[in-house]
Design a binder for this molecule. Structure first.
Ligand SMILES: Cc1cc2nc3c(=O)[nH]c(=O)nc-3n(C[C@H](O)[C@H](O)[C@H](O)COP(=O)(O)OP(=O)(O)OC[C@H]3O[C@@H](n4cnc5c(N)ncnc54)[C@H](O)[C@@H]3O)c2cc1C
Length: 466
């Protein structure tokens, strides 16, 4: 019976534990989590009638991994889709005003947020040849090359803020936006790639569906998913334990895991599913070169400011997902999600719930301000952008230090080097959002693939022993 340690009880670690318990039926799978609750970045709270998320607020079904996992866990009845208006209407703050972001190519060609030059670049993107060597570059450089600087500034920059809280000038297009990279590689252009994707979608679903997929959460928030996974893994298999060191015992093919409380435990398989900087600290004594490579994956910090307002104090119609701010606008906040418009049941009658994102690459100092100062800045911004008339009736400030890994240019090369170094340490594995995708879907999919890989390795290792 293999003893398996999973270090980190976020969505990556929990999914991996759940699958390993299925694939290695006789395994003793333990989750070691430094905090007193699991879920990691996923955490839903109820307070004064508001239901808010301190981390992610949904997942798309364009990659079905999380949706399918939820169904398998018996959570179908608790899934809740985003409202139609939220799916269709996303806004940009431009020149201090909220502008509807067109959701189709035709919309982009007719909108007045882009100049005729930008529209021409967009219309002729399909005729631009692909780069001869297709080496990695930033998503900003990629967009500049394919559709020009204006679109890179007005559309791509806020898009990268929305996903990575990052700077489009540094985030890798190949690692951060693999679908776009594949479209250029396989079809020669993004327009042709999108057309092919639409055709494929229509072949499988004649009604088409949304190209970006449907956004989902649960009636009681995303914590429903991590709670259900924790339940399946068994509460007794989840231990509060801050791992500080890992020792490879080659003589016995064991991994000795040391905790901050002075305890140590021995396992056959050790998997690090915590953030890259924690992984690096844990691996430092074992393999300094590997640890340094992992430590070189940078993170951005975020503050999430949750605010409830009386509906009458918000004069604009909140029919949409919210808005993002291009960095050229030089505003204090990255964007605002209109949570009570995205999902039902998020705010008591007569109120609305909003979430402002602050910090990230453009304003890292915001995260270190005290609650009162952050809240004042956000309120001033909302007064200007959304004409809000009175202070919030509900307020929570959540700080996420080192929240989101940044996939810098050549990130995929780094991941390959890390994987190559791991070959020197049989029985040791890494997962989590630092490597191959930061969305919940990516974390679930990568953890599921890793579970298959580990169970195969264990079967082979067992055969070799016997
Ligand atoms: C504000 C915010 C909004 C987001 N919005 C979305 C969204 O809407 N949709 C989406 O798909 N994604 C979103 N994301 C990204 C997504 O939430 C994360 O990428 C994902 O949840 C990460 O899961 P994980 O399990 O890999 O890591 P984590 O959730 O970070 O879990 C790692 C766990 O490891 C534990 N740990 C750390 N060090 C140790 C140690 N030494 N010993 C033991 N345990 C340790 C931590 O306590 C934590 O529980 C968002 C992220 C943030 C921060």
């Amino acid at each position: 019976m293999p003893r398996v340690a999973i270090i980190g009880g976020g969505i990556s670690g929990l999914t991996l534990a759940y699958r390993l318990r299925q694939y290695l039926a006789d395994a003793d799978v333990q989750i070691l989590e430094s905090e007193n609750s699991v879920g990691g970045k996923i955490a839903s709270f109820k307070d004064q009638g508001f239901l808010y998320e301190s981390g992610p607020n949904g997942f798309l079904d364009s990659n079905p991994s999380t949706y399918n996992l939820s169904k398998e866990l018996g959570l179908s009845g608790q899934l809740t889709p985003a409202n139609d208006a939220a799916a269709k209407n996303r806004f940009l703050l431009m020149g201090g005003k909220l502008r509807l972001l067109p959701s189709s190519l035709l919309g982009l060609l007719t909108t007045d947020i882009l100049s005729w030059r930008a529209k021409l670049s967009l219309a002729f993107e399909r005729f631009k040849g692909k780069k001869s060597n297709l080496s990695d570059e930033s998503i900003y450089a990629f967009a500049q090359r394919r559709v020009g600087t204006e679109i890179a500034d007005k559309l791509v920059d806020p898009f990268v803020t929305g996903i990575f809280a990052g700077d489009a000038r540094f985030v890798s297009y190949q690692a951060g936006f693999p679908r776009l990279a594949a479209m250029e590689k396989n079809y020669g252009s993004i327009s042709k790639g999108l057309k092919a994707a639409r055709k494929a979608r229509l072949n499988t679903n004649p009604e088409g569906g949304r190209s970006s997929g449907q956004l989902w959460s649960f009636n009681q928030g995303l914590g429903t998913l991590t709670d259900a996974l924790a339940e399946k893994c068994g509460k007794s298999n989840i231990k509060q334990f801050r791992v500080i060191n890992l020792i490879q015992n080659n003589a016995e093919n064991k991994w000795i895991i040391e905790g901050s409380n002075g305890e140590s435990e021995s396992f056959d398989i050790a998997i690090l599913a915590c953030p890259a900087f924690s992984q690096a600290a844990i691996l430092k004594n074992l393999d300094e070169i590997l640890a340094d490579k992992i430590a070189s994956i940078p993170y951005n910090s975020l503050a999430v400011v949750v605010m409830g307002f009386r509906s009458g104090d918000v004069p604009i119609p909140l029919e949409g997902f919210g808005y993002l701010t291009p960095s050229s606008e030089n505003r204090a906040i990255l964007g605002v999600q209109w949570c009570s418009s995205i999902y039902r049941g998020r705010a008591p009658a007569g109120t609305v719930l909003l979430r402002a994102m602050c910090g990230g690459a453009s304003r890292p100092e915001m995260v270190d301000l005290d609650d009162d100062s952050i809240a004042k800045i956000v309120y001033r911004e909302l007064q200007a952008s959304m004409e809000i008339q009175a202070p919030p009736c509900f307020l929570k400030v959540v700080r996420w230090k080192n929240a989101i890994p940044q996939y810098m240019v050549n990130h995929l090369e780094k991941v390959k080097e890390i994987e190559a170094s791991l070959a020197n340490h049989p029985g040791l594995y890494l997962t989590g959002n630092a490597y191959k995708g930061i969305s919940i879907n990516d974390c679930v999919e990568n953890a599921e693939n890793l579970a298959v890989q580990i169970s195969r390795w264990w079967s082979r290792a067992k055969e070799t022993k016997s």
